[in-house]
Design a protein around this ligand. Structure first.
Ligand SMILES: [Zn+2]
Ligand SMILES: [Zn+2]
Length: 408
């Protein structure tokens, strides 16, 4: 394959010489440790097989009951779609949609996009190929089946005092689906798909770059090339840095910081039992768990709903301030903060999932009723906006003054 003799790291924009790496080895950036090349332990066709297997697993995991709950002598089966539809119908359409999006729609779209990318690769359908690869790249961070499964376990643990719970066949399907989709995510590499596309259909494209300083990296297909307005491989506009990254990240971050106040003050869940109304905020929920000796769950919920969102907002604000005040030390540590913020992001949604699952399981009218409070809506917005903030931040900004300090 013809490739540039050097390429730019998409994490820190360092110009790295391309060495021949063993097919099974990974290559990392020497400066920021971002993975530049992933060894291909399995063939591209295996990706396709895994994606098809995942798509088939959507049937049992979504249409068979996950759990059946026995409440006041009545057996109530709950499937994943029925739960989210209940939420939407009870006046929380955004919450229901968020859960359906992260636990069903995104995994389905990502698996479907892998299949479509293979078809487009065979039939040389450029736009279809480009769109399906973009879908995989943009949506994979929103796949939250794992969070959903942990939340389901916590919800069942919390309501076992009120009712008997029986595991349904859908749950086995969902666990298998989680296993297969995470296998797919660790193997599927958009960069690799683009390399194969280039080898098959765009052999004329070379990257004759005279000097490394004149090169630029395409953020869509990760191709290093001569500076220009559009990518010669994927035809998308090229930007040396994400446009308006700092402003966008600040605005998402400030929005999240505003919503975190009602998320913690307003009640996140309301339980009606025998005419009594018990309202819980995130904090009183954790305190309640400690009172009932559920220390493990209390720690998980405390970390996921209080520590993680606050740490994310502070961490990103620190990174932005360092970029703006051109701080010239601790680049590596700051990069680790960014990677951590991106990685832990999705786990903060857990309490929201737990409440929603509990609501769909024990929403039984007058005797026992469970609904999310307005705090839950605010908390959902905090999660979404911190994730958007992390995504709009360009990690290359962290390293911009590294070169300057090195040169001087
Ligand atoms: Zn790097
Ligand atoms: Zn490109």
């Amino acid at each position: 394959m013809k490739d540039a003799k050097f390429r730019r790291c998409h994490g820190c924009d360092l110009v790295v010489k391309v060495a021949t790496v063993d097919k099974k080895q990974n290559a990392h950036c020497p400066r920021c440790n971002t993975q530049l090349y992933r060894g291909n332990r399995i063939s591209l066709n295996s990706d396709l097989a895994i994606a098809i297997a995942a798509l088939l697993l959507f049937i049992p995991s979504h249409f068979f009951p996950l759990v059946t709950i026995q409440l006041f002598g009545v057996m109530i089966p709950a499937t994943l779609p029925s739960g989210t539809i209940t939420l939407m119908g009870e006046g929380f359409p955004m919450l229901g949609l968020l859960i359906l999006f992260c636990s069903s729609i995104v995994p389905f779209l990502v698996c479907g996009s892998v299949v479509i990318a293979h078809i487009a690769l065979r039939l040389k359908l450029f736009k279809l190929f480009r769109n399906s690869i973009s879908t995989i790249q943009h949506l994979k961070g929103w796949m939250m089946l794992d969070v959903f499964l942990v939340s389901l376990a916590i919800a069942c643990f919390k309501i076992q005092d009120h009712a008997d719970i029986f595991i349904g066949s859908g749950l086995y399907g969902l666990i298998l689906l989680q296993f297969v989709t995470s296998l797919l995510l660790t193997h599927v590499s958009p960069k690799r798909y683009w390399r194969v596309w280039q080898r098959k259909h765009q052999q004329h494209i070379e990257a004759p770059i005279s000097k490394p300083e004149h090169s630029v990296h395409c953020g869509h297909c990760h191709f290093t090339q001569q500076k220009g307005s559009h990518c010669i491989r994927c035809s998308r506009p090229i930007h040396a840095r994400k446009p308006n990254s700092i402003q966008k990240t600040w605005s998402y971050l400030i929005t999240a910081a505003i919503f975190i106040i009602p998320a913690n003050i307003l009640s996140i869940s309301i339980l009606l039992t025998n005419g009594k109304r018990l309202e819980d905020t995130i904090f009183s929920g954790v305190a309640g768990l400690i009172r009932t000796d559920m220390y493990g769950i209390a720690i998980i919920i405390f970390v996921a709903s209080i520590v993680v969102p606050v740490a994310k907002i502070l961490g990103l604000a620190y990174l932005l301030l360092c970029v703006q005040f051109k701080r010239s030390i601790f680049h590596r540590q700051r990069m680790s903060i960014y990677v951590a913020v991106k990685w832990i992001g999705k786990w903060s949604v857990m309490d929201l999932f737990v409440i929603s699952i509990m609501m769909t399981l024990i929403d039984r009218g007058q005797i026992l009723d469970f609904t999310p409070g307005l705090g839950a809506v605010a908390f959902g917005l905090v999660v979404v906006f911190t994730m958007l903030a992390a995504e709009s931040f360009d990690s290359r900004l962290i390293w911009d003054n590294y070169e300057r300090t090195e040169k001087s």
